[in-house]
Design a protein around this ligand. Structure first.
Ligand code: FEO
Length: 394
């Protein structure tokens, strides 16, 4: 990635990672990602906001060379995770006069993760400011987006919010600004579902806090920069504040087809009753797509067979993931079949400890489904449709 100017004195100097396909050894990145770093040169001082993932540090240093940056006074670290903070040691080697500006909590984490010396830090409290001469940063502590130490910083004169992971998207693109809002919406929603959704209550508080700031640009640490901030602010408001939708997430795994037959019937029964369905075969499903569906769904209906006396491991995996992501699920059901017995129902319901949905009566049968079983699935679909209607889910 070549550096790109946002405004005079403000350049994007980070790296595009077109080829990365997995994050946290968990999250698929179908469209790559970027590690955005920004250089802000004031009339008296220069600041670098966040760095890049260490495997791409040469892109960052190359951009700084291109700009003939001979001094960095401050490295503002909004977040200690290594995809943004991991190249700070290299920057400090190249610019030994630089101070690392971060929250007190972030300082401790950077010492733990990067073994930085105490002396390199300048910690900032919520609301503190930092002058670069003709440009002024205000630091806004924004805990739990998505680690406890996170902050964002606001450049007052230019009305730019540097938001780090907050509002980010895993999307590699050559242009600096959002080109296709539909594409970015999908990437940002995937990012929200996978990274931010577990902290929705904290995100709400931070969204309220940001209402006081007039923003012309939001510059996150992943994905394109927003020159129309309202687009991503509106999207976040809907994901964070809105009630769930009239939607059932229907992930399933089937060994010999019985569970699959039940899932197909269930999907049809729900659709007939006006309920939207997102159905996923767990042997091939992209967890990111499931995370997106979890942002919206009011109900999870899991389709699982029983194997080795319990839930299929792929079914247990998706329930474990859903529970960890803490979506706004209100209802849960289990459908499927077993051969001779097992503890599938207890296992699955026992895993929903964070989200505590109302668990609907399961339709869990021995062998392959018969007429009475399809009728039971219809009854479950009717119950779900009715509950969605009663709650006004659209
Ligand atoms: Fe992009 Fe939480 O790091």
């Amino acid at each position: 990635m070549k550096r790109m100017q946002i405004k005079p004195g403000i350049d994007a100097v980070g790296a595009i990672d077109w080829d990365r396909r997995l994050f946290d050894s968990l999250i698929p990145l179908p469209d790559g990602t970027s590690y955005n770093s920004y250089l802000v040169r004031g009339s008296e001082k220069t600041a670098l906001i966040d760095t890049v993932d260490p495997p791409m540090d040469m892109v960052l240093t190359g951009n700084l060379d291109d700009l003939k940056v001979d001094r960095i006074d401050y490295v503002i670290c909004n977040h200690a995770e290594q995809d943004h903070a991991g190249s700070i040691p290299l920057i400090l080697d190249l610019y030994p006069e630089a101070k690392v500006v971060c929250t007190p909590k972030c300082k401790g984490m950077l010492i733990d993760l990067l073994h930085l010396d105490e002396g390199v830090f300048m910690t900032v409290n919520d609301g503190d400011t930092l002058s670069l001469g003709n440009k002024t940063f205000e630091f806004i502590h924004a805990p739990w987006v998505h680690w406890p130490e996170t902050m964002v910083c606001y450049l007052r004169e230019d009305k730019i919010l540097f938001s780090c992971d907050f509002f980010g998207s895993h999307l590699a693109q050559s242009a600096l600004y959002v080109q296709d809002e539909c594409q970015v919406y999908e990437s940002a929603k995937r990012y929200f579902g996978e990274i931010m959704m577990p902290f929705r209550a904290n995100i709400k508080k931070n969204m309220e806090r940001l209402k006081a700031y007039s923003m012309e640009v939001i510059a996150p640490s992943h994905g394109p920069v927003y020159d129309r901030p309202q687009f991503i602010l509106d999207a976040y408001r809907s994901w964070v504040y809105d009630e769930p939708r009239n939607m059932v997430l229907l992930p399933y795994v089937s060994m010999h087809g019985s569970t699959r037959e039940m899932v197909d019937h269930m999907a049809g029964a729900l659709i007939e009753r006006g309920v939207n369905v997102r159905q996923f075969d767990l042997t091939v499903a992209d967890p990111g797509k499931i995370a997106i569906a979890l942002v919206d769904s009011a109900t999870l209906v899991l389709g699982t067979c029983t194997v080795l006396g319990g839930a299929h491991p792929l079914a247990a995996n998706v329930v474990f993931l859903a529970n960890a992501l803490r979506p706004n699920l209100k209802f849960a059901g289990i459908i499927g079949s077993f051969g001779w017995g097992g503890r599938t129902i207890e296992q699955i319901t026992g895993m929903l400890t964070n989200i505590k949905p109302e668990v609907l009566p399961p339709v869990y049968i021995k062998g392959s489904p018969a007429e009475a079983d399809f009728a039971a699935l219809d009854a479950l679909a009717e119950t779900i449709a009715q509950k969605h209607r009663e709650n006004g889910y659209k």
